[in-house]
Each structure stands twice: as structure tokens, then as C-alpha cells.
Design a protein around this ligand. Structure first.
Ligand SMILES: [Zn+2]
Ligand SMILES: [Zn+2]
Length: 298
């Protein structure tokens, strides 16, 4: 893999120049809580005809969006980041929340940030705004050229399952997924003209994901390596088994769901390898599957 941020991934170029689909899935961050320098925090952008819809906002979300913008996806310019959907409130998925609220504000966003997600999201937004009160005060009264007041507003929508968002480009359905002790964790389905994309968020194996997908175009799903898992301490194995989906469990979900493309993200690989992870999935799933890297476009 070539250095990220300096070169445009080949798949992105292919998407730009060869029969560009109107709906793109841009993997902004494919990481986990592990501080892998090549994988930023989890964030997936669904881009429909110049509009961007973010799912989660892990570390580095605005900079990864800028990298995608520089590669030709104008919808991911900071000023255009106005809609986001949180799967759950684990820190690896939300560490970029302050970034997403505040950075685009000083980069000419003129509309509020609309954020959808589980209970607790409003409190998180309130606490972040309180934490940055001095920054906001100095930027608004300390001589910095003016920014649009609306651009720093965050409108939180705490949701339940069902259709939670609709505009003339996309319908978004939230569905519950099991993620250990979290009282609410969501997967999301995006239906646009021409494509259906399902994103698991963090989830244990669950039949609701394959029911939502049902021959969808793209299923983006978290996964952990069984070979890596086998070498983890027992207390961590117990945790991972409750909170996440193994490679073979995912292969079985995909075999039922039959997506045109299965995209692995939020990979917990540990001492194993990406090749081994893919081999494990393919041992029970014959369809097309790829291991995503940051800034890949599908
Ligand atoms: Zn996570
Ligand atoms: Zn999680």
C-alpha cells in the first residue's frame, strides 16, 4: 500500500474516471481503538451526487475527508460536512466529534451539523461545547475574521430504530445491533437511487444485518480474525466474543445476505494478517470480499 495522504488510491481513480456511480462509499477511517498509524478512527462516508453522509466520526475524520476532497470528491470538503450518523458512543467512533463540530466551522461551514444517534449523544455534544467554550469565545470575540454562527451549531437527534432520515437523495434506516452492554447500538442502511449500502457499526453476529442487506450492493462490516483471537488472553476473548463478529461468523452472515460486495473494516487482526483474515472469511463465503484501507472508495 502506498503512503496515504500523498497518493490517490488506485480504486479512487478508477471510481473517478470510469463510469462513476452516483453513490460512492468512501472509507475515511477503517481503524479500531488500536493506534495503528495507517488506520484512522472508524468513519464511512456515503456520497450521493455531491452530498455527504458520515457514519461515525473517529480520530482524524475531518483530515481524512480533506484527503478525499483533494482526490476529487468535493462533497467531502469540510464546509460540506453537515450530516452524520453515530452507530454508538464508544470513543473510537466518536473521538472526532469535536473535530467535526468545530473544524468545519472555521473552514466556512455555514449550516449547522445535524447528528443522529443513540441516547447520550446530546449530552456528549453539550459537554464538548462546554469544554471548548473558551475556544469559541476567543474565535468569536478575539479578532479572528468572522465565521457563520450557524456553522458551529450542532443539532442532535437521538433516535430509535426505523427510518430516521430522508431527503431527495437518500433514505436512512437505523436498526439495532448487539454490542455487548451498550443499551443502544445501531447499524445503518442507506438507500439511494441505484444503490443500497448497509454498515454494521460495531456488532456481534446478528441476523438483522443480513435481513437489512438482502442482496444489497455493499455491506460494510466489522470483523476480527479467528487466528488472532485464538492467541488472545481468555478475559479478552470473552470480551471480543460478546462485542464483535469473527471472520467465519461474518462469512456466514454474508452467505445469507448475498451482498454484491462485502467490505471488511474495523478489523481486529492482532498477531494474524489481513491475508489470513480474508482466507478465514472466504472459507465459508464464496462472494466478493475486500479488506478496506483508509480512503478506499467503492
Ligand atoms: Zn469500535
Ligand atoms: Zn464499539
Amino acid at each position: 500500500m502506498k503512503a496515504l495522504g500523498t497518493l490517490v488510491p488506485a480504486c479512487m481513480l478508477a471510481g473517478l474516471f470510469a463510469g462513476t456511480p452516483t453513490t460512492k462509499v468512501v472509507l475515511l477511517g477503517t481503524g479500531t481503538p488500536n493506534a495503528d498509524p495507517n488506520r484512522f478512527g472508524p468513519s464511512v462516508a456515503i456520497v450521493v451526487d455531491g452530498s455527504a453522509y458520515l457514519v461515525d466520526f473517529g480520530v482524524g475524520v475531518v483530515r481524512r475527508a480533506a484527503a478525499a476532497e483533494h482526490a476529487g470528491i468535493a462533497a467531502l470538503a469540510a464546509k460540506n460536512l453537515t450530516r452524520a450518523f453515530a452507530t454508538h458512543l464508544h470513543s473510537d467512533h466518536t473521538l472526532g466529534f469535536a473535530d467535526l463540530i468545530l473544524s468545519p466551522w472555521v473552514l466556512d461551514r455555514s449550516a449547522p451539523l445535524e447528528v443522529y444517534g443513540p441516547r447520550g449523544l446530546q449530552a456528549m455534544a453539550d459537554h464538548l461545547m462546554a469544554a471548548y467554550a473558551d475556544d469559541i469565545r476567543i474565535r468569536t470575540t478575539g479578532g479572528e475574521p468572522a465565521h457563520a454562527d450557524q456553522g458551529r451549531r450542532v443539532e442532535v437527534h437521538e433516535i430509535e430504530s426505523g427510518i430516521i432520515y430522508r431527503d431527495d437523495r437518500v433514505t436512512v434506516t437505523a436498526f439495532p445491533v448487539p454490542h455487548g452492554d451498550w443499551p443502544q447500538a445501531f447499524g445503518y442502511k442507506f438507500q439511494t437511487t441505484g444503490r443500497t449500502v448497509v454498515i454494521s457499526g460495531d456488532s456481534g453476529p446478528d441476523s438483522r444485518i443480513d435481513e437489512q442487506c438482502r442482496r444489497c450492493d455493499v455491506l460494510v462490516h466489522e470483523v476480527y480474525s479467528e487466528a488472532g483471537f485464538a492467541k488472545r488472553p481468555p478475559e479478552w476473548q470473552a470480551y471480543h466474543a460478546r462485542y464483535h463478529t469473527s471472520s467465519r461468523q461474518l462469512g456466514k452472515i454474508a452467505a445469507r445476505a448475498q451482498p454484491a460486495l462485502l467490505v471488511l473494516y474495523h478489523q481486529l487482526i492482532w498477531t494474524s494478517t489481513e491475508e489470513e483474515l480474508l482466507k478465514e472469511v472466504r472459507s465459508v463465503y464464496a462472494g466478493k470480499v475486500v479488506s478496506a484501507h483508509d480512503l478506499d472508495v467503492y
